[in-house]
Design a protein. Structure first.
Length: 127
């Protein structure tokens, strides 16, 4: 892969990770966290929608065509929602909290899967 293509892939993934930080950090409320563990609840859906919208914005800013940007945003929202839901259901069903190592493993696993999603998107865009 040419050097400029490698840089493009890394910048694209970095922008998606920055988007992830904003959506999972400052834009995420306590109520969103609660709703992520109840399938179909509005604030859980809103949280995933913010991620999808962020991916749409990153994709458009990166110069991708509108159709691809919309598709990536929709895929990100769908995958993000289900990763978060599965993690919340696991944590709640096991009664894990901040004091349990398994809670933190679930958090790290959740973040790992989100990053795998971004790498897969980059592979699609640049593959």
């Amino acid at each position: 892969m040419p050097e400029n293509a490698v840089h493009s892939v890394l910048i694209f993934v970095l922008l998606l990770q920055a988007k992830h930080f904003v959506c999972d950090g400052p834009l995420q409320t306590k109520d969103m966290v609660h709703d992520k563990g109840i399938y179909g609840q509005p604030l859980g859906l809103l949280h995933a929608g913010l991620h999808g919208t962020g991916t749409l914005v990153v994709s458009l800013a990166f110069g991708l065509d509108v159709r691809t940007a919309i598709a990536l945003g929709a895929v990100d929202a769908l995958i993000h929602y289900h990763i978060d839901f599965a993690k919340e259901r696991l944590v709640r069903s096991q009664g894990w909290s901040f004091n349990n190592a398994q809670f933190w493993w679930a958090i790290v696993g959740d973040q790992f899967l989100h990053n795998v999603t971004y790498i897969a998107m980059a592979a699609y865009v640049f593959g």
